[in-house]
Design a protein around this ligand. Sequence first.
Ligand code: NDP
Length: 270
Amino acid sequence: MTDHYAVIGNPIAQSKSPLIHAAFARQLGHDLSYDALLATPETFETVVRQFIADGGCGMNVTAPFKLDALALSGRLSERAQAAQAVNTLSFTPEGIVGDNTDGVGLVNDIQDRIGLRLAGCRVLLVGAGGAARGVLLPLLQAGPADLLIVNRSPQKARALADNWATRYPVRAGGFELAGKQHFDVVINATSTGLSDAPLNLGDGLYAPGALAYEMSYGRQTPFMQEAHRQGVARITDGLGMLVGQAAESFRLWRGVLPDVLPVLQQLRQG
Ligand code: NDP
């Protein structure tokens, strides 16, 4: 019997999730369908409930509905609770379970594909919106020596760090803090990659051998161009994170983790 999944968002036509999950299903010989569903804030809940009534097993949730999905979940994983955002819904006999796989997608991309162990690293996380919130706990759990969050609106970065500062080495503030030390990993979790707005973090940010990680994907962003200008050797966009979060959703639903690399290569080849 075919199991049914979908991604819900607005807009949704550009989503790569149907392609990714179809590739996972082929790779593992699973019988499933995966659709893209458009909703509005007014229709979000109805569309989800109709999908469940039609026998749907699970759903990915993308912008702008990650908070609506949080509110709809009867039960939350620890990482969804920490992120206060849900990107994966599982429809179980006990009800709707919300999870957030973005952080695992990022951490696995950095450690497994790029080959940089986060334990002991100095990490700079730029941004304090939904994406930063989603990845913060998994990043801290990977054991960095120090994680600094900087944001255009520093109070949002401080609010994020305050949640974890008693348990993990995390600090926060405005962009001016970033220039005061070197980092092994700099992650751009702002939306500047979508708008081409410049991101002025200053020079001398990167330690030798450092990684510049842009969460948005599909093109050279100002953050990536600036990293090139500063001679950073390892620069990547967030496509590996996208495939990684999808793989973790697939694992939650189907109990087996797909191989990310061939699917990532397929996407890069267009
Ligand atoms: P949000 O709108 O929630 O947050 C936007 C963030 O960007 C805020 O920190 C905001 O700062 C900052 N920002 C916006 N404009 C500027 C600017 N001109 N200069 C400096 N900072 C700015 O967006 P998300 O967190 O949801 O998404 C962020 C990025 O992450 C997007 O590019 C998205 O595509 C990507 N993403 C990638 C994923 C993947 O799988 N690869 C998954 C999820 C997201 P302030 O608080 O001051 O407004």
